[in-house]
Design a protein around this ligand. Structure first.
Ligand SMILES: [Zn+2]
Length: 145
């Protein structure tokens, strides 16, 4: 799943309910949401050249979503929203870390578990974009309340 979608789901989680004033809980909920969403059918492409091209754009879009979510969040919820987004993105830090430093920050057992969860298909790109649009619209709506 795109990291942008994980970031947006973390924002929705922290913006929607009681997690909005509990940054540590929002971080944990974001990380759990990442693993649940990775276990749901989503887009993914094992071909290195496709994956890398999408991953660079997705990484930048995810950072933009992180900045926008933080800026849009009402001040009392801002830290929890940022924590929810960070927690939701955190499990995927293995990818840029592998690319730039040649190693994952996580134990091998966690990375193997994370990889086993994936239900990817290269044919789900339209679904991935639809999920992104829906989560972005929901996040903006909830954050601007
Ligand atoms: Zn993941």
């Amino acid at each position: 799943m795109l990291v942008t979608n994980h970031v947006l789901s973390g924002a929705v989680l922290a913006a929607a309910g009681p997690l909005g004033r509990r940054p540590a809980a929002a971080f944990v909920a974001g990380a759990v949401s990442h693993l649940l969403l990775d276990a749901a059918p989503h887009w993914g492409d094992e071909r290195e050249h496709v994956f890398l091209r999408v991953a660079v754009v997705d990484g930048l879009a995810g950072l933009a979503a992180l900045a926008a979510g933080t800026a849009l969040a009402p001040r009392p919820r801002r830290l929890a929203v940022l924590a929810g987004m960070a927690g939701a993105a955190a499990p995927d830090l293995d990818k840029p870390s592998q690319l730039f430093f040649g190693a994952s920050p996580y134990p091998a057992r966690f990375d193997a578990f994370h990889k086993r969860l994936q239900r990817e298909s290269p044919r789900r790109w339209p679904q991935e974009l639809l999920v992104a649009a829906g989560l972005a619209a929901l996040a903006v709506r909830l954050l601007r309340r």
